[in-house]
Design a protein around this ligand. Structure first.
Ligand code: ADP
Length: 378
């Protein structure tokens, strides 16, 4: 038998025993009172019992108790032929009727108020259930969105990973073919160098994507560990900028403003990774327009700003872009996995820092990072 039904049965038995005990007790009290108190009216002693029973058991229990009480009183009078009330049998009959009506009335009133309490309780429970259902629906919607985003991500990721591999394979195959079959007059070292440089470029892209995926799984499983060391943020920003400048044809595209060294305990490689993500986004989405970077340090925080004059981000997308797989551009126009900003956000918050974005469509985007200088100590 299910435990709930067993518990219900137990509570029913206990209630029945309490009712029987109370009825017997009240009858005994009434019996004593009738015996020793002259002119005592036994109906009075039964009224509280009827009220109690109706309160706890409802209308039917109240009416049954009223009838049982009437029967007990009738029994007392049957045995106690000497009681003065017995002689006034008409008045006794009227009193019995009144007692019955009052008993039924009390039971009914209490029954109605119990029903009202129950309705209020049910309404409260219904409201609670509505809240639970709403929360579940939200969770469900969130989960569905996540699944959809993950599916899209898998499709993009497999495509993005395949493209550089295919291109690298093609370059290598062409190089092998040329070395084997084409005369050296037609195949120069310069051509080979160009092919190798292309392949290097593609393999770097591939390696960045694989690293991003690895970081993504580390962050999602909560296994990303910081290795803080004394670091100069200004120096990191300078190195990252210089590396990016090497890839740009227009060296004046990036302007850098650093006032002084900003030294604190950070995980150097992770901060570098976050800055590379922001700077490569500024280049990717920057429409080849000027990019500005600045580093400022106060007593408490290091403030790094990376801004561009590119395509911008629509206002309704600005919060979402820090989530996994979220992108504010079409994959046809811009390639990417939608994980760079998520990783950046996680790195900055792991350093107890903040990252915020200000952006206007077709005007540009500014990312500002604030890193507390004292929070990540060894
Ligand atoms: P990905 O660049 O691979 O799509 P990110 O996580 O780095 O992934 O960026 C998420 C999205 O944020 C991008 O798809 C893009 O829509 C938007 N975004 C990020 N940086 C910029 C920027 N500097 N200018 C405009 N949009 C940006």
């Amino acid at each position: 038998m299910p435990p709930m039904i067993t518990a219900q049965r137990h509570s029913l038995i206990v209630r029945l025993l309490v009712y029987i005990g109370l009825t017997v007790g009240t009858s005994f009290l009434a019996f004593l009172a009738l015996r020793y108190i002259p002119n005592f009216n036994p109906f009075l002693i039964f009224l509280p019992t009827v009220t109690f029973f109706a309160m706890t058991g409802g209308l039917i229990v109240g009416v049954i108790t009223t009838i049982i009480s009437l029967l007990s009183i009738a029994l007392f009078f049957f045995f106690s032929s000497t009681h003065p009330l017995l002689s006034v049998s008409v008045s006794l009959f009227i009193q019995a009727c009144l007692f019955f009506l009052i008993g039924v009335f009390i039971s009914y009133i209490l029954h109605v108020s119990r029903q009202r309490d129950k309705i209020i309780e049910y309404q409260r429970k219904v409201r609670q259930l509505h809240h639970v259902i709403e929360a579940l629906e939200k969770n469900f919607e969130g989960a569905q969105k996540e699944i959809k985003a993950r599916d899209q991500f898998l499709a993009i990721a497999s495509h993005e990973l395949k493209t550089p591999v295919t291109s690298m394979l093609l370059q290598v195959q062409t190089a092998i073919h040329n070395i084997r079959n084409v005369s050296l007059a037609n195949f120069s070292v310069a051509t080979l160098l160009k092919m190798l440089e292309d392949t290097e470029q593609q393999s770097k892209r591939l390696s960045k994507m694989v690293n991003d995926l690895l970081d993504l799984s580390l962050i999602t499983t909560g296994k990303i560990d910081l290795e803080p060391e004394q670091t100069d943020i200004s120096a990191i920003v300078r190195t990252v900028t210089q590396r990016s400048l090497e890839r740009l044809s227009d060296k004046k595209q990036i302007s850098l403003s650093i006032s002084k060294p900003v030294i604190a305990y950070f995980d150097k490689l992770r901060i570098e990774q976050a800055l590379i993500n922001l700077l490569s986004n500024a280049i990717k989405y920057g429409n080849n327009k000027p990019i500005f970077i600045s580093v400022k340090g106060s007593q408490e925080v290091a403030k790094i700003v990376i801004g561009d004059n590119g395509i911008g981000i629509p206002a309704d997308q600005q919060k979402k872009i820090f989530n996994r797989f979220e992108r504010a551009v079409s994959p046809r126009d811009y390639k990417g996995l939608g994980v760079g900003l998520y990783i950046t956000y996680q790195i900055i918050t792991a350093h107890h820092g903040k990252i915020k974005v200000e952006s206007h469509v077709n005007k540009g985007t500014i990312f500002t990072i604030e890193l507390p200088l004292k929070s990540v100590k060894k």
